[in-house]
Design a protein around this ligand. Structure first.
Ligand code: PMP
Length: 436
């Protein structure tokens, strides 16, 4: 097909044009539109193992993994079978099932700080509900979040948020009444002094602190030593609820999430992505006395027509079972480590300033002179133009990285040593191109 200017169009380009006349921006979630990198998004037709395939039949080594869920690779045969088996018995009942108990028991086993858990259908619902619960439980209105951390798109959380909101330069979205946003306090990630100062200022008013224990929505920024410990003690001292948003890090950074990796127990945990094995699932859970504040036992209302959906539970439960294989997360982390080391060596060779971060199965790389990147400020100061060019060069090499400098990358158990090595070789050629 040719476009109006007579240029030959790829099938993705054709689909993107068509999509834009009936879907805002042609996509159902903003970052997919390649706003952060320019160009045409790839329309995907299938995915298998570590690879995705686009409508033009190009194959990519995929480090997006549906933005996190595909930690076992795409279309894992056992997850697929679990879904097919569940489908035999109907798609949804809106009534309790045993699979939901099995799921709750599994979550408790893997994440011991969770004594009770409620299933929802997205990460956004998980964080929104956890915040409401923390407010209801403490009887306080204010919440504290960190600049560049993204917790889904609930009104009070879209303040100085990361991810697509950061990429698009609208951290404070229109449509959110100032009266809602005023209860959201924001300080710098990895800066405990600012946390302490704000608690001084708003003594007895802060219901909760919500944090991505490893930030993954402003690229990948692990906590500095002492940061999570500090949050834990500030929250305990002030009777505020500490919420770990482990939508991204849960079952990925370690089997028990970032709280296991860094050995810090939050009061509430939000889960998403991996917990659904690719189906739309989220969850929030934690201390029994807080969770029992939720309806129907408690006064804080929260509900969902498709919550605990049997097909989604079957997929998620199978994913969690498979993830429990011994040594799996050590092996995932070694892939992140190898990828980061390979990128670093290749960049050094071409005299391109680069810094990398990783924690378990998530990683990030920054085009910057800084030796470490620990803050949102530093992440935004990186060379974004260089990232955009690198992203497209890698795409041409058959490597699909997150189409934004403000997203973490994800490895899966299906990325072989050869896939990692091929990716590093591709990066080496891309870096050479960048300085040519
Ligand atoms: N919290 C975090 C840490 C996330 O990364 C995301 C999604 N990227 C969310 C919450 C929101 O999840 P969802 O997109 O499923 O609503």
């Amino acid at each position: 097909k040719v476009n109006q200017k007579g240029h030959i169009m790829t099938i993705s380009q054709d689909l993107f044009e068509r999509a834009q006349s009936s879907i805002p921006g042609g996509v159902n979630s903003p970052v997919r539109a390649f706003n952060g990198v320019g160009g045409t998004p790839l329309f995907i037709t299938k995915a298998q193992g570590p690879f995705t395939y686009d409508a033009d039949n190009n194959r990519y080594i995929d480090y997006v993994g549906s933005w996190g869920p595909m930690i076992l690779g795409h279309n894992h045969p056992q997850i697929k079978q679990a879904v097919l088996d569940a489908v035999e018995n109907g798609l949804s009942y809106g009534a309790p099932t045993e699979t939901e108990i099995l799921m709750a028991e599994k979550v408790k086993e893997l994440v011991p700080s969770i004594e009770k858990v409620r299933m929802v259908s997205s990460g956004t619902e998980a964080t929104m509900s956890a915040i409401r619960l923390a407010r209801g439980f403490t009887g306080r209105d204010k919440i504290l979040k960190f600049e560049g951390c993204y917790h889904g798109h609930a009104d009070s959380l879209l303040v100085k948020a990361g991810s697509g909101a950061l990429t698009m330069g609208v951290p404070n979205s229109p449509g959110i009444p100032a009266d809602f946003a005023k209860h959201t306090l924001t300080v710098s990630f990895n800066n405990l002094d600012e946390v302490k100062a704000i608690f001084e200022q708003y003594r007895d008013q802060i219901a909760c602190v919500i944090v991505e224990p490893v930030a993954g929505n402003m690229n990948c920024i692990p906590p500095v030593a002492g940061f999570l410990e500090g949050l834990r003690s500030v929250c305990t001292d002030n009777k505020s609820v500490l919420i770990f948003d482990e939508v991204m890090t849960g079952f990925r950074v370690a089997l028990g999430g970032a709280q296991q990796y860094y050995k810090i127990e939050p009061d509430l945990t939000c889960l998403g992505k991996v917990i659904g094995g690719g189906m739309p699932v989220g969850a929030f859970g934690g201390k029994k006395e807080i969770m029992d504040f939720i309806a129907p036992v408690g006064p804080v209302y929260q509900a969902g027509t498709l919550s605990g959906n049997p097909i989604a539970m079957a997929a998620g439960l199978k994913a969690l079972e498979l993830l429990s294989a011994p040594g799996l997360h050590e092996s995932l982390e070694s892939k992140s480590k190898a990828l980061c080391a390979g990128f670093q060596a290749a960049a050094d060779k071409h005299n391109i300033p680069l810094t990398t971060n990783y924690a378990g199965g998530m990683f990030g790389f920054f085009f910057t002179d800084a030796k470490r990147v620990d803050s949102y400020q530093q992440a935004t100061e990186c060379d974004l133009e260089r990232f955009k060019r690198f992203f497209h060069l890698m795409l041409e090499e058959g490597v699909y990285l997150a189409p934004s400098a403000f997203e973490a990358g994800f490895v899966s158990t299906m990325h072989s040593d050869q896939d990692i090595e091929d990716t590093i070789q591709a990066a080496d050629r891309a870096f050479a191109n960048l300085v040519a």
